[in-house]
Design a protein around this ligand. Structure first.
Ligand code: PMP
Length: 380
């Protein structure tokens, strides 16, 4: 990282001023690199609910869900999530990372086989490793490759499970879940989908890519997080499988860690209600995503051809990406820098994300800054 005046992995937001602006290096900086898609980390309703919960119940549970860490509020949130997803069961975890670890490692073991999209999030890979199951990777978003690999395991005696995501966090790519569902049905293999980045964002009611593609009923397990559109912290798994109560007793990342504190649960419940009652947040997010996408195209940047709240700007090489990212921050625009080998095609990218809370003026200012730097660095 010698060529970078700053450590891209050590940025400090000294203080958030709003959902879209924070103080970085003493300056007001536009935030275009968060997961706060609906701006709800700054929701007044969630803030008030958290304050009330802390004042009436304290700030922590000091225990695990299966010992002394289940409050009425945890069950209330589980019931609310089951209702939102129209599923029989919901189970909450202390982070989204643990939701994947805890669900995957409870569903399969060393005699079983997992089919993972090659671009899966680290929490899916770590959950797979914790389970001890055989891991078979299929090409990113490629149902034909998945089918080929599943067909080769048709004689296997162990359980099999397919895992995909809704929106991929680095590129904004959207999974072809409907086609994965056709594959899973042909081969009778259950499907788990991580809707971490798509819940609250896509679908008529914000339930994610499965809702958008009209295939929710065929997804066996949905995993997600509270740390993106809901603006807090925590994770969940929802399902119609009645065995979920067994998962509670064999999932180490659920059992051996403290449960979420009451103020977080209360804030999450309030944010969930906002997602349900304010479809205008999703509509604004889509408009903002389209504006940022158009803006990037208009200044000649290399982005995807589809519109998503996560937009990756692909660059040629690491020195160019470092220079671009540093210049953006110096000019008051914060985005995420992502470097090979963690990126698709081994090319560096600037991961930009838009929020419902951004104004058109903020988006236009960010685009202008991108355009100026692209010219200076001869990118566009
Ligand atoms: N799944 C996916 C697809 C993610 O992108 C993330 C976080 N970036 C997680 C799970 C983990 O969620 P959390 O950060 O809330 O633990």
């Amino acid at each position: 990282m010698a060529a970078s005046p700053r450590n891209p992995f050590g940025v400090v937001i000294e203080r958030p001023l709003s959902a879209t602006v924070g103080i970085i290096e003493g300056r007001e900086t536009l935030l275009f690199g968060t997961n706060n898609y609906l701006g709800l980390s700054q929701s007044n309703a969630a803030r008030d609910a958290a304050i009330h919960a802390a004042q009436t119940m304290g700030v922590g549970t000091t225990g695990s869900r299966i010992a002394n860490g289940t409050f009425g509020l945890h069950q209330k949130l589980e019931h609310a999530l089951a209702k939102v997803f129209q599923r029989k069961h919901a189970m909450i975890f202390s982070t989204g990372y643990q939701a994947n670890l805890g669900t995957i490692s409870a569903l399969v073991n060393k005699d079983d086989t997992l089919f993972l999209d090659a671009d899966s999030h680290a929490s899916i890979y770590d959950g797979a490793r914790l389970s001890g199951a055989q891991i078979i990777r299929f090409r990113h978003n490629d149902p034909a490759d998945l089918e080929k690999r599943i067909a080769r395991t048709s004689n296997s005696t162990g359980a099999r499970l397919i895992i995909a995501e809704g929106i991929y966090s680095m590129t904004g790519n959207i999974a072809p879940l409907k086609e994965f569902v056709e594959v899973k049905k042909r081969h009778n293999v259950p499907l788990l989908v991580d809707e971490a980045h798509s819940f609250g964002v896509l679908g008529a009611h914000g339930r994610g890519v499965a809702e958008m593609q009209n295939c929710e009923a065929d997804i066996d397990f949905i995993v997600g997080t509270f740390s993106k559109s809901l603006g807090t912290v925590g994770g969940y798994c929802v399902t119609n499988h009645d065995e979920i109560d067994l998962i509670r007793l064999c999932s180490r990342p659920y059992m051996f860690t403290a449960s979420l504190p009451p103020e977080i649960i209360a804030a999450t419940l309030a944010a969930l209600e906002e997602i349900e009652t304010k479809p205008e947040l999703r509509e604004k997010l889509q408009k903002n995503a389209a504006r940022l996408h158009e803006g990037f195209k208009s200044v000649g940047l290399n982005t995807s051809n589809f519109i998503s709240p996560v937009i990756a700007v692909t660059l040629e090489d690491i020195p160019q990406a470092l220079a671009f990212w540093n210049a953006l921050l110096a000019a008051g625009v914060y985005v995420n820098l992502s470097l090979p080998p963690a990126t698709p095609d081994n090319r560096p990218l600037l991961r930009c994300s838009v929020m419902a809370a951004h104004s058109f003026d903020e988006i236009d200012r960010a685009v202008e800054t991108f355009g100026t730097i692209a010219k200076e660095l001869q990118v566009a």
